[in-house]
Design a protein around this ligand. Structure first.
Ligand code: CP
Ligand code: NVA
Length: 336
């Protein structure tokens, strides 16, 4: 499998075979890391990781993966560069491409990561845009494979804002892997018809099933995986919370809902998750909306604390797998 010099802007650009290869390479790298085997095969290379939005997992995963491979890393945060303010993304791409061997980008516009990919002349990896989050999906697929030993036919129900970066990308990942994807959300929060049609076309080739529903109890029947994400994504204005809670409170993953899925079902979430009063926003939402909506009165939103802390929850496996899968992406796209 030769992925050298390829960017990862969206999983739509990767064939099922290429995705499976990245997942199996990640599995191998994880095993090697556990055994303490060191592979600094990219010593002497450098990457830059550019963040217009905050991050814990994606930033740390790229930094650790790169350092494990012997690569030098420069982190640029939301306020640390000229990009977008004094310098166009296109010029930034050509500058960074002269100094670095790979570029990670997290930001708002999918078109920005595409410009970086087009003009930098080095592999560019999408670390999340408003539209897609492909490296998260690779980690999720590895996690599902670890739990169920297969991907084909696994029924994954995504509950929440089904047209955000996670809803879009999970649908693509499931379509490519021949899985059964159910997006469960009010109709106004379903992905664009164009993207659904694209995924239906992929599904015809892979045997996947792509469905949308708006009733959580119907959608989660016989599910293997219940997946949720924040109801308001980075970059959306604070005012959206009111409407989103009104729309999405019936889609919270709680004990009753997960009890409706298969007995060995797992709970997944890309994190960060609102599941209690330990965050500033969790407290604010509970104070403002807790008396109207029972579900959010303890700062629990898309998932209850009980489910996130239960033995069915694999959220920290997913978080760890971000690093192993990102390492597989860097190694195979930048490798010698
Ligand atoms: N899941 C994820 O992308 O987390 P961060 O925002 O912490 O990178
Ligand atoms: N939909 C979320 C994903 C975070 C990893 C966001 O964009 O904020």
């Amino acid at each position: 499998m030769n992925l050298k010099n390829r960017s990862l802007l969206t999983l739509l650009d990767y064939t099922p075979k290429e995705i499976k290869y990245l997942i199996s390479l990640a599995k191998k790298l994880k095993k090697e890391k556990r055994k303490g085997k060191i592979n600094k095969s990219l010593f002497g290379k450098n990457i830059v990781i550019l963040f217009q939005k905050d991050s814990t997992r994606t930033r740390c995963a790229f930094e650790v993966a790169a350092m494990d491979l012997g690569i030098g890393v420069t982190y640029i945060g939301p306020t640390g560069s000229q990009m977008g303010k004094k310098e166009s993304v296109k010029d930034t791409a050509r500058v960074l491409g002269r100094m670095y061997d790979g570029i990670e980008f997290r930001g708002y516009l999918q078109s920005d990561v595409e410009i970086l990919g087009k003009y930098s002349n080095v592999p560019v990896w999408n670390g999340l845009t408003d539209t897609y989050h492909p490296t998260q999906i690779l980690a999720d697929l590895l996690t599902i494979k670890e739990k169920f030993k297969k991907l084909e036919g696994i029924k994954l129900v995504y509950l929440g804002d089904a047209r955000n970066n996670m809803g879009n990308s999970l649908m693509i990942g499931c379509a490519k892997m021949g899985m059964h994807f159910v997006g469960c959300a009010p109709k106004g929060l379903w992905p664009s018809p164009d993207l659904i049609n694209t995924c239906q076309d992929i599904a015809k080739e892979t045997g996947a099933i792509i469905e949308f529903m708006d009733k959580p109890l119907e959608a989660t029947k016989d599910a293997d995986v219940l997946y949720s994400d924040v109801w308001v994504s980075m970059g959306e204005p604070k005012e959206v919370w009111k409407e989103r809670i009104q729309l999405l409170h019936p889609y919270q993953i709680n004990k009753k809902l997960i009890g409706n899925a298969k007995e060995n079902a797992i709970f997944m979430h890309c994190l960060p998750a609102f599941h209690g009063m330990d965050t500033v926003l969790g407290k604010e939402i509970a104070a403002e909306f807790g008396s109207f909506y029972q579900e959010v009165k303890n700062g629990e939103m898309e998932v209850t604390d009980e489910v996130l802390e239960s033995s069915q929850s694999v959220v920290f496996d997913e978080a760890e797998n971000r690093m192993h899968t990102i390492k597989a992406v860097i190694l195979s796209t930048m490798g010698k």
